[in-house]
Design a protein around this ligand. Structure first.
Ligand code: ADP
Ligand code: MG
Length: 669
């Protein structure tokens, strides 16, 4: 048999070859479809970074014909830097035989690509890398989305980080997330905060409340979201905070989102304001009582004076009336303390050397307390201050007596005076107005005070002393007196650590030549015969003061209201030499009556009378030409002296002749 293939065999073989070719064409076409149908760029590169093949998508990107690019160097189409980076990757795949990927920014059209470099094995020797295939995926839009997300996250982060409030999330009572303000406010770094239960940072008194609120919030009670409490930071300092919370879900757990603000300053201001308001209303109350009580004393005083005017010294009742007078003086001392607290004004304000006054007061004290060592640090060239020496002396004495009582077993007492400038704005919240103050500091090494006591010491009748030892009026009157002098007072004290009281008094605007001139005191009773219009809404005062004046020889016309007084003055102006005018009256007060009187008669002489000592209103009236001021209760000597001071000695009275009348037997108490 001849082995020659037959025609039929050949035909068969050709058919088979054709079929195989067709099949291969189909496979090739399918590969082609596969690589061309994707949006990604696909290409093969040799070891020298030359293109061997690329899909049509990539050819389009590079603006190349779909075929015939074999051998085209990558460098021809890219910058040297891009080429170097690319060639390095190719070399690496050839060397390692492993895939790798990078992100590539195409400068051609500002697009971003994720490229995967994979080894293509040699068909004959699978251990050898024949080429590198690159799949390059356009990730520009995904990248922009990530970028946008990052930018918006950054904005939120800034919003949270730069917030002045502490912002944090609590789950299971622990802080899970916190901004830097939280770390600042609490004093711990976030890592530490995550380990501490938040409730342990709250001061113990407030813990239960904060805990209950957080619980209520998690149970849906939105009203529990606003809360004020105190926290203790790492240094142990207490801060008042206001917290605003909302229930949220955090990492699939129920949580609260909390905003916390430091309100310590606000709380302090509030407390100060409350204290000021409290003092104000206590002052009004005390003042009202003292005012009425003072009128009663005036009645008692007046009747005692009247009785004394009529009695002979040898009369058995004489001593009783003298005793009544001296008791009234003690009573008036008490009401004066109260009125001093109740914003009454100043008596006798003149420029004075406070050092000298301190010295004088210390001497009074020194005589009575030998077991106390007194240390003085009095400033040289202390600025003078416009003060009522009597009142300031009383205030200092009250402070010194308290200091002494705080050191029952003896101790050290430091008294210091000093010039201070109020450039420190700490004086503003206290109502400081002047820019120069003198400061008197009284320090004792006694029992000191706890905070609860310290808060109340200026209240009238607040005392921690045994019945009979303390009235609780000492510091109340100090407060009133200092306040009336436009000064203020500070206290530093701890239980068992002694106390310091700082009294600030405004320095005089300018030094006055005649400072330290002593107040002239009324000495004796002087009679007169002039006509006096006596105006007071209290019938009792009209009676008793009227009787005193009549006894002294004056003709008295009484008026119970401002309107009556004006009507009388209008009709009998020529006959009236002096008006004694009560300052506090219900319908028309002293100031209004004074204005009307001035209109009727610019020469009118008015002596202002008040239970309150000389205050701003009285000073205003005096500035407008009122002739004098007298405080109730007054003795016959006081009133006669004031009246004569205004009308002149009986002989020199300009309007009317006056006759000497016999002076009744009378002694100033
Ligand atoms: P009183 O002395 O009559 O008690 P004060 O108004 O003078 O009234 O003082 C009120 C309270 O203030 C005192 O009872 C005392 O508790 C407290 N206090 C005042 N000064 C001092 C001081 N220097 N040291 C300790 N406590 C003081
Ligand atoms: Mg006291």
């Amino acid at each position: 048999m001849d082995g020659k293939p037959t025609y039929a065999d050949l035909e068969k073989k050709i058919a088979a070859l054709n079929a195989e070719l067709a099949a291969q064409k189909t496979v090739a076409a399918q590969y082609r479809n596969l690589v061309d149908s994707t949006d990604d760029s696909l290409y093969l590169v040799d070891a020298d970074a030359r293109y061997l093949f690329m899909n049509s998508n990539h050819a389009r990107r590079l603006n190349l014909p779909p075929a015939g690019i074999s051998g085209l160097p990558y460098a021809d189409l890219h910058t040297p830097e891009q080429t170097e980076a690319f060639a390095a990757k190719i070399r690496e795949v050839f060397a390692t035989g492993a895939s790798l990927s990078d992100e590539h920014h195409s400068l051609r059209d500002n697009q971003y690509f994720l490229r995967t470099f994979s080894p293509v094995r040699d068909a004959a020797d699978p251990g050898k890398v024949a080429a590198v295939s690159v799949v390059s995926k356009n990730v520009t839009s995904r990248r922009w989305a990530v970028e946008a997300l990052r930018a918006s996250e950054e904005k939120y982060r800034q919003l949270i980080e730069y917030s002045g409030e502490a912002i944090f999330i609590l789950t299971g009572g622990k802080i899970r997330f916190a901004n830097s303000q939280t770390e600042k406010m609490l004093g711990y770094p976030l890592d530490d905060l995550k380990l501490i239960s938040f409730i342990n940072l709250v001061i113990s008194e407030d813990r239960e409340m904060v805990f209950d609120r957080q619980k209520a919030l998690l149970h849906g009670d939105v009203s529990a979201g606003i809360n004020t409490f105190r926290i203790v930071n790492k240094e142990g300092a207490t801060t008042w905070v206001a917290q605003n919370s909302a229930a949220i879900t955090w990492d699939n757990s129920p949580a609260t989102l909390n905003y916390m603000r430091d309100i310590t300053r606000q709380k302090k201001t509030e407390a100060r304001l409350l204290q000021a308001q409290k003092m104000e209303s206590i002052g009004t109350l005390a003042g009202g009582i003292a005012h009425d009580f003072n009128n009663l004393l005036m009645g008692i005083q007046g009747h005692a004076s009247l009785a004394l005017l009529k009695l002979d010294r040898t009369d058995p009742s004489y001593d009783h009336f003298k005793t009544i007078e001296s008791l009234v003086i003690s009573g008036a001392g008490l009401t004066r303390q109260l009125l001093g607290f109740a914003r009454s004004g100043k008596y006798e304000v003149r420029q004075a050397d406070v050092n000298a006054l301190v010295e004088k007061t210390l001497q009074t004290l020194g005589r009575t307390s030998r077991e106390i060592r007194i240390h003085r640090r009095l400033a040289d060239h202390l600025w003078p201050s416009d003060i009522d020496q009597g009142q300031i002396e009383q205030a200092l004495l009250n402070l010194l007596i308290n200091a002494r009582q705080a050191m029952p077993g003896g101790g050290d007492l430091y008294v210091e005076t000093k010039n201070t400038l109020s450039d420190e704005n700490r004086f503003q919240p206290l109502g400081g107005r002047s820019d120069r103050y003198i400061r008197i500091s009284i320090t004792d090494t006694g029992v000191g005070m706890d905070e609860k006591t310290r808060e109340r010491i200026f209240e009238p009748f607040f005392t921690t002393k045994a019945m009979g030892r303390g009235t609780g009026l000492g510091l109340a009157s100090v407060y009133g007196i200092i306040k009336n002098h436009n000064g203020f007072i500070n206290v530093y004290s701890e239980k068992g650590q002694g106390s310091t009281f700082h009294v600030y008094l405004p320095a005089s605007a300018r030094p006055d030549k005649d400072w330290d001139r002593p107040a002239e005191l009324p000495e004796q009773v002087s009679p007169g015969t002039e006509t006096i219009l006596l105006v007071d809404d209290e019938a009792m005062i009209l009676d008793v003061a009227g009787a005193i004046l009549k006894t002294l020889g004056y003709t008295v016309i009484a008026a119970r209201t401002g309107a009556d007084a004006l009507a009388i003055y209008r009709s009998r102006q020529a006959a009236i030499d002096l008006v004694i005018l009560d300052m506090v009256m219900p319908d028309m007060n002293g100031e209004e009556v004074f204005s009307e009187l001035k209109l009727l008669d610019p020469q009118v002489r008015v002596l202002l009378a008040s239970g309150y000592s000389l205050n701003a209103q009285a000073e205003r009236i005096l500035d407008r030409g009122c002739s004098g001021f007298i405080q109730k209760p007054f003795t016959s000597a006081d009133i006669s002296c004031q009246v004569r001071a205004i009308l002149g000695s009986p002989g020199e009275h300009p309007r009317r002749e006056s006759a000497q009348i016999p002076l009744p037997l009378f002694d100033k108490p």
